[in-house]
Design a protein around this ligand. Structure first.
Ligand SMILES: *[C@@H]1O[C@H](CO)[C@@H](O)[C@H](O)[C@H]1NC(C)=O
Ligand SMILES: *[C@@H]1O[C@H](CO)[C@@H](O)[C@H](O)[C@H]1NC(C)=O
Ligand SMILES: CC(=O)N[C@H]1CO[C@H](CO)[C@@H](O)[C@@H]1O
Length: 477
């Protein structure tokens, strides 16, 4: 009624409503353009991440490796004694390493504990004779002003660790050479860690022109390559934990031994991964889970569909389509020991093109072929060649572009490698990744990776065997 009697206010109301509508529309447009320029997509992801941080409860992962113990002092003494024995048998007076995987192996000095700088801190292991036996003497060369901190390093040693300090105005390499017992007589080669920095070798050579200074020989490398029981335990736990984290995330649910967790995992899958989710979101979830599981130094490569055709990533942040496989290559460390697992899988609702499904089976079978070949006594190159020959037979040889596998331990990738043309012989205690893949750029990428060790009988055993080992099919990773 009112409106009929007073058409003018109504019209103006209508007009102002229309105006307001267009005004908000343009405001929304401006906001949209602004957000696009700022990365609307980032905003979206951080909202999701917040949900993912708060909703999923990964606390059950926290206990998984809680019983694992770090490498004991006794095992360090044993490593040092083996090294000293080899140095003695080769008439060498010392082995020198900088903080890193080898200094960690022999002296518990990792590069995260002591960061490399222009000032050398060196671990020196030298042999000395005691009643016919060879023992190891540990010396640390440290900048004088850092000596207090160096003395806090938890270096296991059966006898006292010696510290040789170099003041800022003194040549550290002169100090290092005089700290090497017996080197004064000009006797004895000095072996350096193969990954020591070049300027340090130059400095040592200049300080001792009469000594032979060369890279550590194979005998020394082999000490670290063959894993002890304690190391295998750490590697297993790290690899399984990583698996479980994926399981609870539901991807790897069949691998887990407990029905309860399987059910939780199925729910978690349904809840957390879905068609349309982005690679970065899954990556953040993955990292959450791994850190809850107690792993450090995390990495998580998450690639959908054709993005997975570039084995180390594509740089885009793809949303998962119904036809995509998801490839996750992830890991972390437990007491310094690495895990590394890759799964390529489908979601329950995925509709995978038959050709890609077949490719998955070929990669899976290539893993089996490699597993059937790897034995103690077999040459490493042969394992790669057999897996490659199989994929060649299936017509995909040219798409398997990288080596089959790497050693794993204190470094994520270490010697020996499963690479065509390598002639190292596989031995009990060796650890490897077994990771064939097929990568067709612009189309699809599939990689399956499980790490294994060579057990006491000379046969390969998956480090993930405790939670089911290998993937079974794309829906049961
Ligand atoms: C090795 O170093 C770690 C710290 O990085 C320490 O927790 C551990 O106790 C040390 N191991 C030994 C045997 O001293
Ligand atoms: C070590 O030195 C001894 C004699 O000093 C010699 O007989 C032996 O062959 C040397 N060994 C090596 C590996 O050089
Ligand atoms: C891709 C994915 O869902 N990964 C999950 C692995 O498991 C952890 C813990 O359950 C999750 O946080 C990750 O998101």
């Amino acid at each position: 009624m009112d409106s009929k009697e007073r058409p003018t206010p109504f019209a103006s109301l209508w007009l102002s409503k229309t105006g307001a509508f267009f005004l908000s529309l343009s405001a929304a447009l401006v906001l949209w353009v602004f957000l696009q320029s700022k990365g609307l997509h980032d905003l979206y992801i951080s909202t999701r991440d917040y949900d993912l941080d708060t909703i999923p409860d990964f606390s059950h992962l926290a206990d998984y490796c809680a019983d694992a113990s770090p490498i004991s002092s006794a095992e360090f003494y044993q490593r040092q004694k083996s090294l000293a024995g080899i140095l003695h048998s080769l008439n060498a007076s010392a082995y020198i390493a900088e903080p890193g995987a080898n200094a960690q192996f022999f002296g518990n000095i990792s590069s995260s504990q002591w960061h490399l700088s222009e000032r050398p801190l060196l671990l020196i292991v030298s042999p000395y004779l005691v009643n016919e036996g060879v023992e190891a003497k540990i010396t640390v060369v440290t900048p004088s002003f850092e000596a207090t901190r160096a003395k806090l390093l938890p270096i296991p040693s059966a006898s006292d660790v010696a510290f040789a300090e170099w003041p800022e105005d003194v040549n550290p390499y002169d100090v290092a050479i005089s700290a090497v017992p017996a080197s004064g007589e000009g006797r004895g080669t000095i072996f350096v860690d193969e990954s020591i920095r070049h300027f340090i070798v130059d400095g040592l050579v200049e300080a001792a022109p009469k000594l032979k200074i060369s890279s550590a020989p194979l005998e020394i490398r082999h000490i670290r390559e063959k894993k002890s029981a304690a190391e295998i335990e750490l590697l297993k736990c790290a690899n399984e934990a990583r698996f479980i984290s994926n399981i609870s995330r539901s991807l790897f649910r069949w691998l887990i031994h407990s029905l309860q967790v399987t059910l939780l995992a199925i729910r978690a899958v349904r809840d957390q991964m879905y068609i349309g989710i982005r690679e970065s979101q899954v990556r953040h979830m993955m990292e959450n889970a791994l850190s809850t599981a107690g792993l450090q130094d995390l990495f998580a490569l998450v690639l959908f569909g054709a993005n997975a055709a570039l084995p180390h990533g594509s740089g885009t942040d793809r949303a998962l389509s119904k036809h995509d496989f998801t490839l996750i290559d992830t890991g972390g460390t437990l007491y310094g020991y690495n895990s590394d697992v890759t799964r390529t899988f489908a979601l329950r609702t995925s509709v995978i093109p038959p050709e890609n499904r077949r490719i998955w089976d070929y990669v899976h079978e290539a893993q089996n072929v490699a597993g059937d070949t790897a034995r103690s006594g077999v040459v490493t190159g042969k394992v790669d060649e057999m897996a490659r020959a199989y994929l060649g037979l299936m017509g995909y040889g040219q798409y398997f572009t990288h080596r089959l596998g790497h050693g794993i331990g204190l470094e994520g990738h270490e010697q020996p490698y499963l690479r065509g043309g390598n002639h190292d012989t596989i031995q009990i205690g060796h650890t490897f990744s077994n990771e064939p893949g097929i990568y067709i750029e612009g189309v699809v990428g599939v990689r399956l990776e499980d790490c294994f060790y060579i057990g006491g009988k000379g046969l390969p055993i998956f480090l993930t065997a405790g939670v089911g080992g290998q993937s079974q099919d794309p829906w049961r990773p």
